[in-house]
Ligand binder design. Structure first.
Ligand code: ADP
Ligand code: S3P
Ligand code: MG
Length: 173
């Protein structure tokens, strides 16, 4: 099985992904961490030195490498992954995508502490600006996220709840 977690920055893709990989006893990969490992520099440095377009190219290439390499995995994608370079189509064709839906105020709370590690959200003056940016970003991305066959609301997104969701999905198809 390949399980792909998609959703906004702060949705909990990395956190939940680790738990799901342990529960299913399959390898866990975090796409951002794989990019960092291969580039030998941080995500903010990649954005700063080479820009978003370069990051998106690397993101698409590393995603394809991971899919080719691992028939079983839980993958935490980056928030923008499904929105570039036909990545969503790849995810839908090669595994099961789960959208973690989290309300904007909760995203603001979670991301506020870590804005510096997320270049697209860094350098915003306050929580209001962060909220505006996240709202605009979600509006543009919702059409991509909504194509995932599985969706879980933040309040219900435990490892066990997701496992039940997947069982029901597999039984229905
Ligand atoms: N279910 C949750 N409830 C509360 N906080 C969470 C939850 N999942 C993740 N977080 C916190 O939110 C922040 C972002 O989580 P992370 O897994 O890095 O999200 P993503 O990879 O989707 O950007 C982290 O500080 C993490 O501890
Ligand atoms: O939303 C985005 O476009 C991004 C989200 C980040 O991942 P997280 O969703 O894990 O923060 C990371 O890929 C990069 O900073 C771009
Ligand atoms: Mg992450």
């Amino acid at each position: 099985m390949r399980l792909y977690l998609i959703g906004m920055p702060g949705a909990g893709k990395t956190t939940l992904g680790r738990g799901l990989a342990t529960a299913y006893e399959v390898p866990f990969r975090d796409l951002d961490q794989e990019i960092v490992r291969r580039e030998q520099r941080s995500i903010p440095d990649i954005f700063l030195q080479d820009g978003e377009a370069y990051f998106r190219e690397r993101e698409a290439a590393v995603l394809r490498d991971l899919v080719a390499e691992l028939p079983n995995l839980v993958l935490a994608t980056g928030g923008g992954t499904p929105c570039f370079h036909q990545n969503l189509e790849l995810l839908l064709e090669t595994g099961l995508a789960l959208y973690l839906a989290v309300p904007i105020p909760e995203l603001v709370r979670r991301v506020q502490q870590q804005a510096a590690s997320r270049p697209l959200l860094a350098a915003l003056p306050d929580a209001t600006a962060l909220e505006t940016r996240l709202t605009e970003t979600l509006a543009a991305r919702q059409q991509f996220y909504d194509r995932a066959p599985l969706r879980c609301a933040a309040s219900a997104c435990s490892v066990e709840a997701v496992q039940q969701l997947i069982e029901r999905f597999n039984a229905a198809v």
